[in-house]
Design a protein around this ligand. Structure first.
Ligand SMILES: [Zn+2]
Length: 304
């Protein structure tokens, strides 16, 4: 069990969007209990879009995750949501004066620092989770995702870009593990794709300072690399962000192969819509009452 958490005070972050190249100001504000995570497009007045999978625009979410509420979009939300998931932040307004969040150094390290600088405040209500109650498998082309019940958030992720670039990493979420194992993993791309992305109007804010760029055989900017297996760690960073697109955190054991934003969010949406998630207040697995909860007896059906 844990209490809901928000920021102690507001904190401001400036930077350019990875795809738009546009300079924006992002201000993270504290929010009351049960508020959840909501984006505010302050450049459009009072446009508020909850960080929820029902607002994900599947057709726009190819190289980043995009929310669309019918009138406005918020793009590249996954690194902020990843930091919020990793640091157990539940209630917050993310105010932004443009359509795309800043890419910063391509990881979530600066967001983690900004949140630490603002401080984290415990609130007066218990945070409920979504617990995966049924094992599920999803396949789309060569992409694969499975999930089974667990009392923690765990993910076993594999990327496969050919025989010389297969990476695999197993991650179990805890506040300390997020910061040390995941938060510094930068986004990446292939030099051969840059021209194509630019032609599509994407990656205008990309540079050798905010993305690892893979050339024909090696990285063009190895000085920017933190981890030897940084690509797969960044995919986990993204997955943590995408899986925070419900109104509360999820616990379960995930296996993902060759995932991407559209696939992650499609699977999450399906779990949510099919009732494979149930509200739960996790407790230590030490008493018989807790064991009963794991077997599903204390679970509330979705929507109650
Ligand atoms: Zn990313």
């Amino acid at each position: 069990m844990r209490w809901q958490r928000t920021l102690e005070k507001s904190v401001e972050i400036r930077g350019a969007g990875l795809h738009s190249g546009r300079e924006v100001t992002l201000i993270l504000h504290p929010a009351p209990e049960n508020h959840g995570i909501v984006f505010h497009r302050s450049d459009l007045g009072s446009v508020y879009i909850p960080a929820h999978v029902r607002f994900v625009s599947a057709e726009r979410s190819t190289l980043s995750t995009v929310l669309f509420d019918g009138q406005a979009t918020v793009q590249t939300i996954e690194h902020l949501l990843s930091a919020l998931n990793g640091l157990y932040l539940d209630n917050l307004v993310a105010e932004i004066d443009g359509a795309e969040l800043p890419i910063l150094d391509g990881s979530s390290r600066n967001l983690v620092s900004a949140i630490s600088e603002a401080g984290i405040a415990e609130q007066k209500k218990v945070q409920k989770f979504y617990r995966v109650v049924r094992s599920e498998e999803f396949v789309s082309g060569n992409k694969y995702l499975s999930v089974e019940p667990s009392d923690r958030f765990e993910v076993d992720y594999e990327i496969d870009f050919g025989p010389d670039l297969v990476q695999r990493y197993h991650f179990t979420l805890s506040e300390a593990s997020y910061e040390s194992e995941i938060s510094r993993a930068k986004t990446f791309c292939f030099e051969s794709d840059i021209h194509k992305m630019r032609a599509m109007g994407l990656a205008r804010g990309g540079s050798l300072a905010n993305a690892l760029v893979m050339g024909r055989n090696s990285l063009l900017n190895p000085d920017q690399q933190t981890y030897a297996d940084e690509f797969v760690r960044h995919k986990i960073l993204d997955f943590l962000g995408d899986s925070r697109l419900l109104d509360r955190p999820v616990v379960g054991r995930f296996v993902v192969r060759r995932g991407g934003h559209a696939f992650h969010t499609e699977c999450l949406r399906s779990l949510w819509e099919k009732g494979s998630l149930a509200l739960s207040v996790p407790k230590p697995l030490s008493t018989s009452a807790d064991q009963a909860q794991v077997s599903g007896k204390n679970l509330l059906p979705l929507g109650q």
